[in-house]
Design a protein around this ligand. Structure first.
Ligand SMILES: Nc1nc2c(c(=O)[nH]1)N[C@@H](CN(C=O)c1ccc(C(=O)N[C@@H](CCC(=O)O)C(=O)O)cc1)CN2
Length: 296
């Protein structure tokens, strides 16, 4: 079997076009411009790239972009004061604090200080609870992007066996909730899972989100399964730097029915879904109908 490559880069482009359409309608019909504030603490090189990209794409879809770049040693109280200011700014509909944060900052405290209605990352404990109980919430961007690609490829996911490898709060757990919401039979596998290969071999859908380069070999994949690779791992091979996912692409593609590449798969969908969440948050804040197809 030679797998269909799910082109996340192209799909993200169509999501951004839809977002841009909604933004221009919000401006023309209601005089509202959605605003997104991104906060970066420190100078982590990868985070700097992602934050730059978020700002650029926010402006490209016609939204207001605000960036706050804080010194690596910023005291927690100062960061919390900035979030409070953004929570109370009527021109800001979405707030995102780029992760990871420097070690001296309490990530849970910082995330939970964001107004849940403006929490476009969907990491606030209220949004986690709402998603877990099947209620309307802000949905974390990376799992939302994976769900959109799966729905686009399969139509209905109902009754499919899904395995999520990885139990992080920002990808593994919300991904499992979303798949359950679409009536998949879901297993969350992790480092202590017994017979991981056998568990993965039963799955129609495999979402790999462990952060270990090329950990999943092709012979774990059921013929025709769909493989969604969330991993973004920088490795050195043959003296060159390379970006690889959590699955061994060539051997998995040889057995899968469809697979996302790295780069160009899940990654670009993360930022597209951030923009989608910002429009959703803006519509909710103004009591307007939510854009269709941009939420879970
Ligand atoms: N507050 C948040 N922090 C972080 C999140 C998040 O969703 N919210 N996710 C990641 C980083 N991230 C966005 O912030 C992100 C990661 C990767 C990509 C992407 O497009 N990757 C490209 C490859 C880019 C490269 O060469 O490095 C791809 O996969 O094609 C976008 C956004 C952690 N922090």
């Amino acid at each position: 079997m030679s797998a269909t490559i799910i082109d996340g880069k192209a799909f993200a482009g169509t999501v951004r076009e839809k977002v841009a359409g909604h933004v221009s309608r919000l401006k023309e019909e209601h005089g509202i411009t959605p605003g997104l504030a991104v906060v970066l603490v420190g100078e982590d090189p990868a985070s700097q790239v992602y934050v730059r990209s978020k700002g650029k794409m926010t402006v490209e879809v016609g939204m207001k972009s605000v960036e706050h770049k804080l010194d690596v040693e910023t005291p927690e109280a100062e960061l919390l004061a900035l979030i409070d200011q953004l929570n109370n700014d009527p021109e800001i509909h979405g707030i995102l604090v780029q992760l990871p944060l420097p070690k001296h900052l309490n990530e849970d405290l910082v995330i939970n200080s964001i107004d849940p209605a403006k929490d476009v990352d969907g990491f606030h404990i209220s949004n986690v609870g709402l998603l877990g109980t099947g209620q309307k919430s802000m949905v974390p961007c990376t799992p939302l992007g994976c769900l959109m690609m799966l729905r686009d490829h399969h139509g209905s996911l109902s009754g499919m066996d899904a395995v999520v490898i990885g139990r992080s709060n920002i990808v593994g757990k919300p991904m499992a909730q979303l798949l359950l919401g679409d009536s998949c039979t879901v297993t969350i596998a992790h480092s202590r899972t017994k017979d991981l290969a056998d568990v993965v071999r039963r799955a129609d859908i495999v979402v790999a989100a462990v952060g270990r380069p090329e950990m999943v070999p092709g012979d774990w994949i059921k013929e025709g399964a769909t493989v969604i690779d969330v991993g973004i791992n920088r490795i050195e091979r043959d003296g060159k730097n390379k970006l690889v996912g959590d699955v061994d692409f060539d051997s998995c593609a040889a057995r899968a029915g469809a697979i996302t590449p790295v780069p160009g798969g899940v990654g670009p969908m993360t930022i597209a879904c951030l923009l989608a969440n910002t429009v959703t948050a803006c519509c909710r804040a103004n009591g307007l109908a939510e854009p269709e197809g941009l939420t879970a």
